[in-house]
Design a protein around this ligand. Structure first.
Ligand SMILES: Nc1ncnc2c1ncn2[C@@H]1O[C@H](COP(=O)(O)OP(=O)(O)OP(=O)(O)O)[C@@H](O)[C@H]1O
Length: 316
């Protein structure tokens, strides 16, 4: 099977410091693959090596079967790389900037043909057609972020690298960007590799996730596999009035591993949520306890991330 990306024991050192410590993974064509990890985990270093921006210290990366270290010229036309939005020439207008990137791209692959219509079509896709003549510096943060994805997508790349595509966006713009990425995902010829700090983004967009920390892979799997691997109990929260739960009954109810009664609410940790809920409701009915609210708290990707990396945020 030919993979979109294959990494074999890849390492990256900066002087004596090893930022990526021998990682291996395979990304099938058509996958949206996410790399998660706290600050300093080595995500950008790894991404830079895949994009051919950083030299690989040791190991091998293949993109669609081509070796990044020796066949970069053949690989580059296949890649779309989202740049950080503050790296643009702010004095150009949106159309001029896209034109510039198209020309750069054409020059890099010795191609004189440039498709002007592609610029309008792409601006339309990211809802920036009406901003065509507006200077980049006058765009909002969300518009700049959409522009950066448009630039990466301009030449219809087979592999799209998105580095924190929704960082610093408001909820509305994040959702808009997610919808756009989901549209790209419809094309099963395209592979997307994204880094993110947002667990909800990873859960919604990614088919497969890799969690990194200290330059190593800590966990890999689909979002649901990772959550299942946590094997965490579910918490049932029941708010009630009139009467009281019998502590001994709750303690021995099916699946219960722990419980805490706060007088007007009871939190029950269980490994068999359905059976525990039935027992609690029957018990409440017998004792004429009135249940006013109830909630089941499932573990999520954030719990996986924190349990693997020890913290949601770290700066080292
Ligand atoms: N050019 C460099 N020279 C020396 N050390 C570097 C260089 N670039 C990165 N590092 C170090 O390598 C480690 C990994 O950095 P990297 O930027 O790859 O992490 P990251 O996971 O992308 O972090 P963030 O989420 O903060 O962007 C960090 O400790 C960082 O300080």
């Amino acid at each position: 099977m030919q993979y979109a990306i294959e990494a074999i024991d890849v390492k990256k050192s900066y002087g004596d410091f090893q930022a990526v410590k021998g990682v291996s993974f395979q990304i099938p064509v058509g996958t949206c693959f996410g790399i998660l990890g706290p600050n300093g985990a080595g995500k950008t270093s790894l991404l830079g090596m895949m994009e051919g921006i950083h030299k690989i210290s040791s190991g091998q990366i293949k993109i669609l079967g081509l070796d990044v270290a020796t066949e970069l010229a053949k690989i580059q036309p296949l890649l779309g790389v989202q740049l950080q939005t503050n790296n643009y020439f702010q004095f150009l207008n949106v159309e001029q900037l896209l034109d510039f990137f198209q020309e750069l791209r054409a020059a890099s692959i010795n191609n004189k043909y440039r498709d002007k219509k592609a610029i309008d079509a792409m601006l339309d896709k990211v809802s920036l057609l009406d901003k065509k003549k507006v200077k980049v510096e006058e765009l909002s943060g969300g518009q700049k972020q959409r522009l950066s994805i448009a630039i990466a997508m301009l030449e219809d790349p087979k592999i799209l690298f998105l580095d924190e595509p929704t960082s610093a966006l408001d909820p509305q713009n994040r959702r808009y960007t997610w919808d756009f990425i989901e549209q790209i995902k419809q094309d099963k010829d395209k592979t997307i590799l994204l880094t993110t700090h947002h667990m909800d983004e990873a859960e919604r967009l990614c088919d497969e996730l890799l969690i990194m920390d200290h330059g190593k892979i800590i966990q890999q799997g689909s979002p649901s596999e990772l959550v299942r691997s946590l094997n965490r109990h579910q918490n049932i929260v029941v708010k009630y009035k009139n009467g009281q739960f019998d502590g001994e009954f709750v303690k021995h109810a099916a699946g219960v591993v722990d419980h805490k009664d706060h007088g007007d609410s009871i939190v029950v940790s269980t490994v068999k949520s359905l059976e525990t809920i039935k027992s609690l409701f029957n018990h409440a009915e017998e004792r004429q306890i009135e249940i006013t609210e109830f909630d089941v708290q499932l573990p999520n990707l954030e719990d996986v991330f924190i349990s693997n990396t020890g913290a949601a945020l770290r700066d080292d």
